[in-house]
Design a protein around this ligand. Structure first.
Ligand SMILES: [Zn+2]
Length: 262
């Protein structure tokens, strides 16, 4: 581009790449305008301005804890977004807890209102599960039927939220590797065989009339999850199941495979 200069040149500067970049930036369309012009898919995401439909579907879970006199009923209602489309998703919308006992009323109301607000904010709500499961009661937790240790009532609520989010597909169980499964099955078989052998020794002892230490067979008990662990098993700190047995002088969990000796 040719420019005719009529006046005296008093000074000059070279246009640097930085200057050019600045000029381009100034010319750029503001982000909001550009975004508005983009074609948008009509996918509704969860956010707090979504109005509650007249009817919501949900599930009610029962908690029976030795920490409270009466059972507690936990209801989690879900909203279905983009129903009928490929983007259909079911998300938790609100949580209520009902019970005859009033001793925990005020914190339950506070907790459920805050949880419902988090559900409605949208985004990833699964962090609630880990936060709640990590709460422990300084007065001590309790064992649920099946031998799962609950460090507190709040932790049990966390477990229920986890179960619920699993049932609607928002949380997925991590796959256990086939090698790990095989290892646990092997440890289990070894344990069962050994307790059978102990039982035979004790029967032989009784027949011979000799004094033999009473080694008795352990009945394998079937727990709520369909898994079975010996009654003498102790709590596993990794998976919170009563499934740890001593094998060859080493504490081994028959549920998750955790072993103190590696
Ligand atoms: Zn375990």
């Amino acid at each position: 581009m040719a420019v005719k200069i009529d006046k005296k040149i008093k000074g000059y500067a070279v246009v640097t790449p930085e200057d050019k970049a600045k000029a381009v930036q100034a010319d750029a369309v503001p982000r909001a305008v550009a975004e508005a012009e983009l074609p948008t898919a009509d996918v509704i995401q969860m956010h707090e301005r979504i109005e509650r439909p007249e009817v919501l579907i949900g599930s009610t879970y029962k908690i029976k804890s030795p920490l409270v006199e009466h059972a507690m009923y936990v209801t989690i209602n879900d909203i279905v977004l983009n129903a009928g489309s490929e983007h259909e998703q079911r998300r938790p919308f609100e949580i209520f807890i009902n019970s005859k006992s009033m001793d925990h009323f005020q914190w339950i109301v506070a907790l459920t209102r805050i949880m419902s607000a988090v559900f409605r904010k949208g985004g990833d709500v699964t962090f609630l599960v880990e936060e709640m499961k990590a709460v422990f009661d300084p007065k001590g937790g309790y064992f649920k039927a099946g031998g799962v240790y609950m460090p507190s009532l709040v932790a049990e609520l966390g477990m229920i939220v986890e179960d619920h989010l699993k049932s609607i597909g928002m949380i997925h169980d991590p796959e256990m590797s086939p090698e790990r499964r095989a290892l646990i099955a092997e440890k289990r078989r070894a344990f069962e065989e050994r307790s059978k052998k102990n039982a035979e020794i004790s029967v032989a002892g009784e027949m011979g009339g000799a004094l033999v230490a009473p080694a008795h067979e352990e009945d394998i008990e079937v727990t709520g999850d369909g898994a079975s662990f010996p009654p003498s098993a102790t709590m596993c700190h990794k998976c919170s199941n009563k499934a740890v047995v001593i094998m060859d002088g080493c504490a081994t969990c028959l549920n998750c495979g955790y072993s103190k000796c590696g």
